[in-house]
Design a binder for this molecule. Structure first.
Ligand SMILES: Cc1cc2nc3c(=O)[nH]c(=O)nc-3n(C[C@H](O)[C@H](O)[C@H](O)COP(=O)(O)O)c2cc1C
Length: 360
């Protein structure tokens, strides 16, 4: 049926569609919807406390017995050095004054802790069939613990070098994340955003370089994108932005509104929200402070100073200080429940595939 069934076989799913893990935007409802529809629902745990992640996993396991993916960030924690944070707060000072906030008040914790033993305990307890990472892989002991649960291990690569490195560390499949993708760049062997590669170019080169199944991600939002991914040699797609339009997406009304009007050239890569490059819809904060800033402190520290500004401006319905993560294909998306979107995307891709085969 599908031109390449290596990934669906590997994970025991029906449809080669992964709903991208989306920290802060997708929780159990979305995961259950997608997995029940035959795709692979992903729970992003990066912004969740261990207790919250546990609750979400309990809900998911109660509502579906289908395979699921649990996703984690695995960055190096930042160095203890307050000088960059002080500089950053000074850069943001005028905004604190404008919004009537005290720029010397203690800053909130922004979570985003890297994967650790406690999160690994959740993996061993809930046995997600797939565990995926962003920003490389965690240390060998943690990886070994995950492997012993029988989970398939995935991570994102933004270059052929990163894909080869992930395969060498034992990844079961590799997500080739093209430059079009919404959210954080998964890059971990380079910090040079200017050399990041588009999906069309990255996927076939990663396919040629590794033996494990390759999942295409970045800018895929309809059946045409899925078909193109298979034509490039991918065995599945990972779709993020298109799922942000689903009612299950946990995003604010201004974010939802902004997504609806987002055109192909309305997004940019920015580091001002967290300290790491990520693609978002250009808003006031990105325009005035970025999109890339030398003053933004290391990931995830930039987010802490921004949090009070974001909270205050969101209270007035503004998205001026909100990270509006989005890929370049937001306009191709449609508003449907996650299960229906998953089934429709797969059905349309299969129909187009048959048409193409008849034409050939
Ligand atoms: C709102 C949002 C949040 C994201 N959060 C995560 C995350 O927590 N973990 C992760 O591995 N990828 C995350 N990503 C990146 C996706 O995994 C994926 O690479 C991307 O969505 C694909 O491009 P697309 O948005 O054009 O479909 C996020 C993407 C978006 C849009």
């Amino acid at each position: 049926m599908w031109p390449n069934d290596s990934f669906i076989k590997l994970c025991g799913i029906e449809l080669p569609i992964i709903q991208a893990p989306m920290a802060g935007a997708a929780l159990s409802d979305m995961v259950v919807g997608v997995s029940q529809a035959g795709g692979l629902g992903s729970l992003a745990c990066a912004l969740l406390s261990v207790e919250h992640a546990r609750k979400e996993l309990e809900t998911i396991r109660r509502k579906t017995s289908r395979p699921i993916n649990a996703n984690f960030f695995c960055h190096q924690p930042p160095q203890e050095d307050h000088a960059p944070e002080i500089k950053w707060r000074q850069r943001l000072d005028a905004y604190f004054v404008e919004l009537g906030l005290d720029s010397n008040a203690p800053l909130p914790n922004t979570n985003r802790a890297p994967f650790d033993d406690k999160m690994c305990d959740l993996v061993t307890e809930f046995h997600p069939e797939v565990v995926s990472f962003h920003f490389g892989l965690p240390d060998k002991n943690l990886l070994l613990r995950i492997r012993e649960t029988g989970a398939k291990i995935l991570s994102s690569a933004t270059s052929v070098d990163e894909a080869r490195w992930l395969e060498d560390q034992g990844c079961d499949a590799i997500i080739a994340q093209g430059f079009e993708a919404g959210g954080h760049r998964g890059m971990f062997l380079t910090e040079d955003v200017s050399t990041q590669v588009g999906t069309m170019s990255l996927v076939p080169q990663v396919v040629d370089a590794v033996k494990v199944p390759v999942i295409a991600a970045g800018g895929i939002a309809d059946a045409r994108g899925i078909l193109a991914a298979f034509a490039l040699g991918a065995a599945a797609v990972q779709i993020g932005t298109a799922y942000l339009h689903c009612p299950e997406a946990q995003i604010s009304p201004p974010y939802r509104q902004a997504l609806k009007g987002t055109r192909d050239n309305d997004t940019a890569i920015t580091n001002v929200f967290t300290g790491r490059p990520a693609r978002a819809i250009v808003n006031r904060f990105m325009r005035e402070v970025g999109p890339m800033s030398d003053v933004a402190p290391e990931f995830p520290l930039a987010a802490a100073a921004l949090a009070p500004l974001r909270a205050k401006s969101e209270m007035t319905g503004s998205a001026d200080f909100t990270p509006l993560w989005s890929g370049q294909s937001a306009r191709l998306s449609r508003e449907l429940p996650a299960a229906d979107l998953t089934k429709q995307l797969a059905a349309e891709a299969l129909k187009n595939l048959t048409l193409l085969q008849t034409m050939a």
